[in-house]
Design a protein around this ligand. Sequence first.
Ligand code: ASP
Length: 461
Amino acid sequence: MRILVKDIVNKEGQKVELMGWVSVRRDHGKLIFIDLRDRSGICQLVFVGKALYEKADKLRSEWVVKIVGQVNKRPPAMVNKDLPTGEYEVLAEKLEVLNEAKTPPFEVGTDGTEVGEDVRMKYRYIDLRRQRLQKNIRNRDKVIAFMRNFLRERDFVEVETPILSKSTPEGARDYLVPSRLYNGKFYALPQSPQQYKQLLMVAGMERYFQVARCFRDEDTRGDRQPEFTQLDLEMSFVREEDVMSLIEEMFIKAVQTLYPGKKIQQMPFPRMSYKEAMEKYGTDRPDLRETKDDPNLLAFCWVVDFPFFEKTDERWTFTHNPFSSPKPEHVEWLMEKKNIGEILTTQYDIVLNGFEVGGGSIRNHQPEALKKVFEIMGLAEERIMNNFGHMLEALGSGAPPHGGIAPGLDRLIMILENEPNIREVIAFPKTGDARDLMMEAPSEVSKEQLKELGLEIKKKK
Ligand code: ASP
């Protein structure tokens, strides 16, 4: 039966079967050493004797092999202190090649920073074999599993919401999906599950969360991807404080459990108003770390009291989320549509080391209040009803007061893993210019496909 390489340390003198990838081959004349890699790590194999030597001599990097051999303690001078299995090696008795591999486009044994990103992305399935990325992706899973458990223990229910949805005004450009059955009509990929999660509150779920993919057709940057993952959540019968303290507890416990080497600079997390952040730091994402030399320092903070509206091109638009409710003391201004520039929203953003890692708010659960937001934005009655009729209708059907937040998991994990950009913590990211080099997406489609969709392509000049 196959065992993992990490377990050879408990098998001295025993015969074991191992399967994995050839990481490195070292030829020492009459004997060959192979570093064998599997999901648990690396161990050294030794091939001696003419027949085994000749077989092992053919092995190349990244071939997949099965071996049977005996676990031996290495002589003291040969111990490799850098490897958890470094005191042992396996003297091979049988070797079977399970699959050969072409010469890899780059080395897998390094951290990959010496390789051009385009090549790494094209051969991502090989790139992901490197230890650094294995660690990132496995730790990502641990963070997500921790959060899922944390929320379930507190009565939250994970609910999937549609990916084929309707264009929503959340500030970014939508990805559109043409409809075959209704030519000329489009679905939109959700920028976030915002409306669905609120509708789940109307539906009486009370505590919802989802590890949700969000899609925004924006220019890609180091901390932005066309699709990204949020831990989206929403709660009924809550105020700002309830949501903020829940998230704060979750972040602190996740860090303390999964990243005990990290130090959280200040707990409870400091809070400041948008005004204060702008005046003091010139940004609403202040990096509060006392020293930037310490890669293990985490400086969380909350930024609150954002203006609800801002003026662009002579028109009022929301700064964060049209579904937010104003601070209680400003609800009257919203209802009377006065002092618009001074209305503050219940929006709270959570910032970590200068990155926004989440934001949320208490919502307008009364339809008249939500309608006023759209009126202030200058939307005509008909447009309001077309775009948001369902929300107004739902809020008028017994909607509980509710609010939520959505921490961005890619950024959070990027920071926890000390990575310079979110592509290093996403299994299959897009490049900086929004392409998937491995699948070659976006790609052209056939004439038949376009015809079914009732589409014609006009090439940009
Ligand atoms: N939907 C919001 C966003 O994606 C988060 C929230 O308000 O819950 O930023």
